[in-house]
Design a binder for this molecule. Structure first.
Ligand SMILES: Nc1ncnc2c1ncn2[C@@H]1O[C@H](COP(=O)(O)OP(=O)(O)O)[C@@H](O)[C@H]1O
Ligand SMILES: [Mg+2]
Length: 319
């Protein structure tokens, strides 16, 4: 089987809301796909259809080689799902949660205990294993959630926003765990609102907005589409904003975004570090004092603005 997930023309409506407006997917076995999109884009809806929790209104999909509509039972035996809301029982310890799940997966008690110990260890939960999960930190609970999805050794794993709500440290710990998991050859579909997360973890990224795929490719390709990096300059004197805007526009050849409150001018640039060299020179010559000057990768918001902005009329028409 070449594709662990295949979907054609998935449509899902809730009343007058079109949660999914026709999604096609192909996820090669053993790869990680990142489904990237803002709140309300349709990420959870897609995951719910592929994990047989809800039926599409149109289209069809196979997961691990089985049709989600007609062979839900076969699909469910082969997948793991870490839903957006934690699913572990707060009154049980981490170990009790995993052993219970193992027994639900028809493991014998002894095997369930061994599997639990192995997973607790792999997810750095050994020390907390015998404490109730109600006392776990957010990051620990997410790690236990992930461990729980692996009890049944799934072929395809669905992670719905696994790091949303975590602090940077918790997020980076979880990334390490997901890396390990990916190394085992499991196919993973991961949804996220963070471009950085998709870039770090996914082989391929699908960008969705309003239930439609608006771009796909690896992170480099997506960023190229938005024109590389973003240069940002903060001036000391608000009176210098207009001149600063003119300078940045002339260097980058693109139209800057001005934030008067933050005294900042931001614009996409394809010149890399050269942008900063040129800007420093021109600001010095114009005797404009600068508080901060930086070059960074675009945020998801900026990717969206660029990708949806250019096709706003088409998107409007197809509604
Ligand atoms: N059970 C539901 N009933 C009504 N509307 C829903 C339901 N589930 C999702 N939606 C709507 O469908 C759209 C997509 O939601 P969702 O798939 O949860 O997005 P995401 O996970 O990307 O934030 C949103 O507009 C949401 O309000
Ligand atoms: Mg969601």
């Amino acid at each position: 089987m070449n594709n662990a997930v295949e979907a054609q023309g998935l449509v899902k409506r809730y009343g007058s809301t079109t949660a999914l407006g026709g999604i096609d997917l192909e996820v090669p076995t053993g790869t990680v796909i990142g489904v990237l999109g803002p709140n309300g884009a349709g990420k959870t809806t897609a995951v719910r259809i592929l994990t047989t929790l809800t039926d599409p209104d149109e289209g069809h999909a196979t997961v691990a080689g089985f049709d989600v509509g007609t062979h839900g039972h076969e699909v469910r035996r082969r997948i793991g799902l870490a839903a957006q809301d934690a699913t572990v029982d707060p009154l049980l310890t981490g170990r009790e949660n995993l052993v219970m799940l193992g027994e639900l997966h028809q493991l014998r008690r002894r095997d369930a205990v061994a599997r639990a110990a192995e997973l607790l260890d792999a997810f750095s939960l050994g020390d907390a294993a015998d404490r109730r999960t109600s006392g776990y930190s957010g990051g620990m609970r997410r790690r236990l959630d992930l461990a729980a999805t692996l009890v049944g050794r799934p072929e395809v794993l669905f992670l719905d926003e696994p790091t949303t709500g975590l602090d940077p440290r918790g997020r980076s710990e979880l990334w390490t765990v997901i890396d390990t998991l990916v190394g085992t050859g499991t196919t993973v579909m991961l949804t996220t609102q963070y471009l950085e997360e998709a870039e770090r973890l996914a082989d391929d990224i699908i960008l969705i907005d309003h239930g439609r795929i608006i771009a796909r490719g690896d992170a480099r390709k997506l960023k190229r589409q938005v024109g590389g990096d973003q240069v940002s300059v903060v001036v000391v004197e608000p009176a210098h904003l207009a001149e600063a805007t003119r300078i940045i526009a002339s260097i980058t050849g693109s139209e800057p975004n001005v934030d008067a409150g933050a005294r900042s001018v931001t614009a996409p640039t394809t010149l890399g570090v050269e942008t900063l060299v040129l800007a420093a020179k021109e600001f010095t010559e114009a005797q404009i004092a600068v508080d901060d000057m930086s070059l960074r990768q675009p945020t998801l918001d900026e990717v969206f603005l660029t990708l949806t902005g250019s096709t706003a009329d088409d998107a409007e028409e197809s509604k």
